[in-house]
Design a protein around this ligand. Structure first.
Ligand code: COA
Length: 177
C-alpha cells in the first residue's frame, strides 16, 4: 500500500520508468496516448512521479528540463510528459495528484514555466488543472535535423507567481517530450 495516513493515495518518485512500468498503468496497447498518427519521435523523461494503489502502479507523470526559444529569447522550460492513469481508476483525481507533485518539483528547478503537448480533447482537462493552450504554432525538432510544427496542442502553466508567457514564436530546441 502506498496510501497516506489520511487514507488518500500518495505520490512517490520512481527510480525507473520503462515500457514495463508504462504497460503496468496503461496496458500493452500499441498507442495508449493516441498520438501514433503524428509520427513524431519523443524524448524519454528524466524524472518520474507515480502513484501506487495496493502495490500496483496506477498513475505517472514525467518531467525533464528542455531548451526553448520564445520570441527569439533562449530560455528553458520544464517539459511534462507521459501523463497516464490506469483505465480503471480514472476520474478520481489521480492525474491532478501526480501532476501537482511533478510541478512542485518543477518549481525547484529554475525554469519559469512548465509545458506539455496533448491531443485537443484533453485541453479542457488541463485547463481545469491550471494550464492554458498557446495560440501560436510551436516548432519542435525531429531526427535528421528536421524541424516540424507540432500537430498537437501546446499548453503551459507558470511555475512562479510572476511568470507570464511571452507572445511570439515558440521553438523547442529538442525533440518533444
Ligand atoms: C488524461 C488522463 C491522464 C486523466 O487522468 P484522470 O486521473 O482521469 O484525471 P483526473 O481525475 O485527475 O481529472 C483531472 C481534472 O480534469 C477534470 N476533467 C476531466 N475530464 C474533463 C473534461 N472533459 N473537461 C473538463 N475537465 C475535465 C476532472 O474533473 C478533474 O478536475 P477536478 O479535480 O477539479 O474534478 C487519463 O485519462 C489517461 O491516462 N488517458 C490516457 C493517456 C493520455 O492520453 N494521457 C495524456 C497525455 S497528454
Amino acid at each position: 500500500m502506498n496510501d497516506s495516513p489520511g487514507g488518500g493515495p500518495t505520490v512517490t518518485r520512481l527510480s525507473r520508468y520503462t515500457k514495463t512500468e508504462q504497460d503496468e498503468i496503461l496496458g500493452t496497447g500499441d498507442d495508449p496516448f493516441g498520438v501514433a498518427d503524428t509520427g513524431l519521435t519523443w524524448l524519454p523523461k528524466d524524472e518520474h512521479f507515480g502513484v501506487r494503489l495496493d502495490g500496483r502502479l496506477v498513475a505517472h507523470a514525467g518531467l525533464l528540463r528542455l531548451p526553448i526559444t520564445v520570441d527569439g529569447v533562449e530560455t528553458e522550460v520544464m517539459g511534462v510528459g507521459g501523463v497516464a492513469v490506469a483505465p480503471g481508476v480514472r476520474g478520481r483525481g489521480l492525474a491532478r495528484l501526480v501532476l501537482a507533485a511533478a510541478l512542485d518539483h518543477a518549481r525547484t528547478q529554475g525554469p519559469r514555466h512548465a509545458l506539455l503537448f496533448c491531443r485537443p480533447p484533453l485541453v479542457p482537462l488541463y485547463e481545469r488543472l491550471g494550464w492554458r493552450p498557446l495560440d501560436t504554432d510551436v516548432r519542435v525538432e525531429q531526427p535528421g535535423s528536421r524541424v516540424v510544427t507540432m500537430p498537437l496542442r501546446t499548453m503551459v502553466t507558470p511555475l512562479r507567481d510572476d511568470a507570464r508567457w511571452p507572445a511570439g514564436p515558440v521553438r523547442l530546441r529538442s525533440l518533444p517530450m
